[in-house]
Design a binder for this molecule. Structure first.
Ligand code: PHE
Length: 347
């Protein structure tokens, strides 16, 4: 009889239940009223008196063991089922929120390209690491000319000087060297200046420059082109104004402002009525422009008697900040998902 207890103990310890049926078989055998343990209790009366106590204890122990094991088997089976549910996941179903957002700088760049493409501009590209000649000298910045100081530059090598381009004008030079006019092209790209990072400035930012060189290109063409751009980008009721300015590579040069809604009823599309962008003037600067200086055309082998051209350049960050009312330029590079997630509709 003691052997029987030992044998059943081993069986209970080794038992498994991989399904409800196996669990039920275990229950019937070891837990139920008519199971094997119940019959052990009945055998108690046949045990000699001096061993009754010992046998009774053994039977009680095995009963407890059987119940504990039963609980373990139930838990094990439940976990198993949960796991199975997890692995039953259909990985081919679409994710709940699978759509990322296009970065506002990319969205703005694409929009600018799209607008200029409609009026015949193509897109040109060029190197971000540039020699001094393409970044400065060919653009009419003589050596030691104070105009070079307008743009704080990262030098990669000295003699010969290699720089991180300070503007995308180097692409204008490369275009004029490699093709014959007429051409109408825009140059989007990343540029670098040694500036302290703040809400309004960064050492890495993006520009789109444009160049149109052909016979008889005049300042009027420049104005019409940029007027069209401003209206398409900021809305039909946008006005523009030009203020005289200076760039070494254009003559005459100007800075262009767009009107905000300050002077019109309703809330302003740029500041929402706070006036903190136009400082109460009703005008906001968005780009620099001018007629290409004949010296620049000549340094690229283009006959400045025959051809004229206009050029312009704008910061993509600035346009994006105005368009989306973004107050701090650093947000563009911080990769904060709470910021980027707000541009989902741009996809
Ligand atoms: N290259 C100028 C800048 O980066 C912008 C510009 C381009 C101005 C073309 C006039 C004409 O500041």
């Amino acid at each position: 009889m003691f052997e029987k207890v030992e044998e059943l103990t081993k069986e209970i310890k080794a038992s498994v239940a991989e399904s409800q049926e196996e669990l039920e078989r275990y229950r019937l055998r070891f837990i139920a009223r008519k199971g094997e343990l119940a019959s052990l209790f009945q055998q108690l009366k046949d045990v000699p008196n001096e061993r009754k106590r010992e046998f009774g204890q053994a039977v009680n122990e095995i009963k407890k063991l059987a119940q504990d094991r039963f609980k373990e088997l139930i838990n094990g089976l439940e976990n198993n089922q949960n796991n199975r549910q997890a692995s039953d996941l259909d990985l081919t179903l679409p994710a709940e929120d699978p759509i990322g957002a296009i970065h506002p700088i990319t969205a703005t760049r694409n929009r600018i390209i799209e607008i200029f493409k409609r009026i015949g501009f193509n897109v040109s590209d060029g190197p971000e690491i540039e020699d001094d000649w393409h970044n400065f000298t060919a653009l009419n910045f003589p050596p030691n000319h104070p105009a070079r100081e307008m743009q704080d530059t990262f030098f990669i090598e000295k003699d010969p000087d290699m720089v991180l381009r300070t503007h995308t004008s180097n692409v204008q030079i490369r275009l004029m060297q490699s093709q014959k006019p007429p051409f109408r092209s825009i140059m989007p790209g990343r540029v670098f200046r040694n500036e302290a990072i703040s809400a309004r400035a960064h050492c890495i930012f993006h520009q789109v420059e444009g160049l149109y060189v052909a016979e008889n290109v005049s300042f009027k063409d420049l104005k019409e082109t940029l007027y069209y751009f401003a209206k398409e980008m900021f809305g039909k009721d946008t006005d523009i104004r030009f203020r005289p300015s200076y760039f070494p590579f254009t003559e005459p040069s100007a800075e262009m402002d767009i009107s905000c809604d300050l002077l019109k009823p309703g809330t302003c599309k740029l500041c929402g009525g706070t006036k903190n962008i136009c400082k109460g003037t009703g005008w906001v600067e968005i780009l620099g422009c001018g007629m290409v200086d004949p010296n620049v055309l000549e340094s690229c082998g283009i006959d400045s008697q025959k051809y004229t051209g206009f050029a312009f350049g704008m910061g993509i960050e600035r346009i994006a900040m105005l368009k989306y009312q973004i107050k701090d330029l650093r947000l563009f590079t911080e990769n904060d998902i709470r910021f980027l997630g707000q541009f989902k509709t741009e996809v």
